[in-house]
Design a protein. Structure first.
Length: 132
């Protein structure tokens, strides 16, 4: 065994696990606005046991920046999730879904999406350029 002095500098620190499985679809709706659909399979979401089920909350943060890097739209919302223990097996085959619509003018943009699980701090990020 090595003494603590010989170990890596981050020895003893906790690291946030990545939150796997995040997908974000970017669609154009009938009005010409950008429609974002955030999808995360429940099998990747860690939930705490509480009473007759399991629970957590997911913090969804969407930001759109223009070509100059200026933020032109943002969306932040916390989604509480609860699954009854009798539905757990079925829920593991389903996905959490959140939608938001950004009223943007025609142009080139970049979406930056982050989802954080409040139970364990696990985090998923997504970034993609798109045109309207």
């Amino acid at each position: 065994n090595l003494p603590v002095e010989g170990m890596a500098k981050d020895y003893g620190r906790t690291r946030t696990a990545p939150l796997a499985g995040l997908e974000v679809r970017i669609d154009k709706d009938e009005a010409g606005s950008a429609r974002f659909v955030v999808v995360l399979p429940y099998r990747y979401i860690w939930m705490k046991s509480k009473g007759d089920g399991f629970e957590t909350s997911l913090d969804v943060d969407l930001k759109v920046v223009d070509e100059s890097g200026a933020e032109v739209w943002s969306f932040v919302r916390s989604y509480p999730l609860e699954v009854h223990k009798g539905r757990l097996k079925a829920a593991l085959t389903e996905s959490f879904t959140a939608e938001a619509v950004a009223p943007l003018k025609p142009g080139s943009y970049r979406l930056k999406a982050t989802v954080v699980n409040s139970n364990d701090g696990s985090k998923a990020s997504f970034e993609q350029a798109f045109d309207l």
